[in-house]
Design a protein around this ligand. Sequence first.
Ligand code: ADP
Length: 583
Amino acid sequence: MWRRLFSYLRPEWHWAITSMILTLAMTYISLLPPTLMQKVLDEAIPKKSVDLLVKLSMALLAIYLLSTLLSVLRTYLMSWLGQKILARMRMDLYAHLQRLSLSFYDSHRTGQLMSRITGDVGTMESFIVHSVQQLIVDLLTVGVIGYFLFRTDVPLALIGLAPAPIMFLMSIKYKDLVLPIYRRLRYAWGDLSSFLSDTLAGVRVVKVFNQEGQEVDRFWKKNKRIFDTNMRHVFLWSAFFPGMGLLGSISLVAIWLIGGRQVMEGTLSLGVLTMITLYLQRFYGPVHNLAHFNDIVQSTKASAERVFEILDTVPDVANSPDAVKPNKVRGHLIFRNVKFAYQDSKEPVLKGINLEIRPGEMLGIVGHSGAGKSTLAALIPRFYDVTDGIIELDRLDLRKWDLATLRSHIGMVLQDPYLFHATIKENLTYGKPDADMIQVMRAAKAANAHQFIMDLPDGYDTYVGERGIRLSGGQRQRISIGRALLKDPKILILDEATSSVDSESEYAIQQALDRLLKGRTTIAIAHRLSTLRKADKLIVLESGQIVEEGTHEELMAANGTYRRLVEIQTRMSESLSVLSEAR
Ligand code: ADP
């Protein structure tokens, strides 16, 4: 994992090395003052040499100036590197999320995914940008000070540095305690952000059911879990670091006692004792930082696991190495004994579908909800791959098609069309960004949308709001038909395209759809069977199997499920019209 994290540095290796050299130079220079101090105490003052004192002071000034300059350069360079790596990581993560198949999204909550891009990558920031540079400085400081101390006085160095190995063992133990806490914390954050995206998007439902209080309670529980987990960390942390500090201070006490006596006995100069004390004080700062670094490493590890889990997920639906890109598509679809089960359920949703839809034909799919109609339609653009059997387009297995080519020939109009937070024009041209205004208006007219668009304050430049919230259901539907028209696909999938709109818009939409269908292979799913009369062929699905197949007339004559459904709907619409007349 660390190697992977650092592999992000590779493209910038020369900058990484430059900043490393700056760091080494800066650390070394900043460690020189105590040796100057020793010279001041042992040479300049006893000899009363003002000249030497001035020279040493000027050297000290030069050291501070130089180390400040180096520090500015190094901080800038390393932060720039770190930010660049993080930006690339966020980019990789988002690009990979876009590649992943729908089955991945079925099993991951949006909020958890969002928190990985915004939160977890951010957590790694403090590691890559601040901690790694601090680690280099600290390791170097500890090494150089250790070297200076041993060079000066071996017994005193041994006494002074004795607590270091104990601290090292303590940090190893600390690491094991803190990693599970960080893992829990990152999960709790993801959970909170999932909860937020769910309840804020569903705010209308919350309000109409008077559940504001209930949702606040649920939020409090999740919020409290973050608080509790953080407090567990604080508990460990607040005891551990002062404990480490105490150990370091004890060695300083020993140096005072032993070194002080040596100075009294004349076996050690005052300057050397002062220098050793100054170095020791600077030694335990970095040791303390190193233990703290351990803490950040564990937090980074918990986050990196979550980020790499996404990057390591292989899309179920991907281009095969020998994928082909036929340049002409006729739109001839064949299902051969197609079976399909969703990833985490054992029960198959489709249980052996055999079906042929010729170029330009319209197939109507009828059946109770949950029968598998939408699932069948979702297999055509390869949102999911069949579990068994084959689907062919123009006699070529869908899995042999280049995925982008295949999808470029498929249009979908769904029950609840998704519009992006953008202008009407941008939504219309989503699949064809280079369309000019004439093409856009032609599509909007064919979709019966031009009129209402022109009535909007900014016409085609009107923002539709998040998910198109500023438009009515019927208007959104017509935009989505226009969007499909502009894409001009050979195959069209209509999944309950008219079921959530009122009769008036239904008429406008039906007209628009009729224009859209022309010359395209169409798979239409509808509850209102009247909209499927024109279909060349109808199938009735029941628990994943085709139980009836034929034209409207044939199925009416067969006197089966289809006829029963049609009769129920006719009776319902009759009683509805009687009701409205009585009113
Ligand atoms: P229909 O369109 O006929 O109403 P669907 O194809 O939507 O039926 O659903 C068929 C069955 O598959 C249902 O039992 C449903 O619960 C299940 N199902 C649908 N989508 C998923 C999914 N993403 N993951 C797991 N099961 C699903």
